[in-house]
Ligand binder design. Structure first.
Ligand SMILES: Nc1ncnc2c1ncn2[C@@H]1O[C@H](COP(=O)(O)OP(=O)(O)OP(=O)(O)O)[C@@H](O)[C@H]1O
Length: 265
């Protein structure tokens, strides 16, 4: 038994990047066998390259990170603060959260954002549907039911982020939309035949003609890698799905894409 274990240890695969440490991760994006430290480096430097190549920011800009407390925006807040320090982007970063008023979901995830505020030393602004529109999502769902509620919520959230951004006087809002989210949106726009949105939805920056531009630094980042990064780094995030979204059209698009991926692999 001992011999077997020893042999397995000696035969352990080395990281294909540093060739020193034991590979402990298979990168979903490249399928490379890689060690954790090299995975962190690759993950962060790819996002840095995306920021540079797309000229997402200019020195001195005030940038609000749309912070829901979920994995994507938590990793975005962590990585963007780190890159800002490391590469002297010169950005003033803020966390901006929208409280939709969903009991048992957003109240819990906002607690996570309050902790992130302290952990990352970033100022936090919370704007709520109740204050802005006089209704919480709980109240809206009580009236309209679970059909189309995500459509209402999406429109309200977009406006609420704009209102919060103008209160914070920021130049840009960044969100944690990742490559998987964008693939779903492409499929949804195809199914709806929405040609105008289809041509816009893959842009890394949108809303340049509106009140405030929006950027997606994770446009090329796979969701699986964001989950791995958050998990290995032990980041503090909230992982429950919205209690009102299980019937959303988007959920079916997500499953369809996952099925296609499974068939292809
Ligand atoms: N309530 C909110 N307040 C602020 N920003 C939000 C909120 N909800 C969503 N966002 C922003 O929009 C992005 C995409 O939101 P989506 O609802 O698709 O959640 P998600 O893919 O689960 O992301 P996350 O893991 O960050 O919650 C988030 O990453 C975040 O930047």
């Amino acid at each position: 038994m001992e011999g077997e274990g020893g042999e397995r240890k000696r035969g352990a695969r080395l990281c294909c990047v540093c060739k020193k440490s034991r590979a402990s991760v298979k990168r979903p994006k490249t399928l490379e066998q890689i060690c954790r430290e090299c995975f962190y480096d690759a993950f962060e430097s790819e996002i840095h390259q995306v920021i540079l190549e797309n000229q997402l920011f200019s020195p001195g800009e005030r940038v609000a990170i749309g912070a829901s407390g979920g994995k994507d925006s938590t990793v975005l807040a962590y990585v963007l603060s780190k890159l800002n320090r490391l590469h002297n982007y010169g950005l003033h970063l803020f966390l901006l959260s929208v409280d939709e008023g969903i009991t048992g979901y957003r109240d819990d995830s906002l607690e996570t954002v309050h902790r992130n505020q302290i952990q990352y030393g970033l100022p936090l602004k919370v704007v709520s549907y109740k204050d802005l529109y006089g209704w919480t999502m709980d109240e809206i769902v009580r009236v309209i039911g679970l059909k189309n509620n995500c459509t209402f919520c999406g429109v309200f959230r977009r406006q609420a982020l704009d209102r919060g951004a103008s209160l914070l006087k920021v130049d840009k809002v960044v969100t944690g939309h990742n490559a998987d989210d964008i693939a779903e949106t492409v499929l949804l726009n195809l199914l709806r035949g929405d040609v105008a949105r289809l041509s816009r939805c893959t842009s890394i920056t949108t809303g340049e003609d509106g009140p405030i531009p929006r950027c997606k630094p994770f446009k090329y980042t796979y969701e699986k890698e964001i989950v791995m990064y958050a998990y290995f780094k032990k980041l503090d995030y909230f992982s429950t799905e919205c209690i009102y979204s299980p019937n959303a059209y988007r959920g079916f698009a997500r499953e369809f894409i996952k099925d296609l991926e499974r068939i292809r692999c």
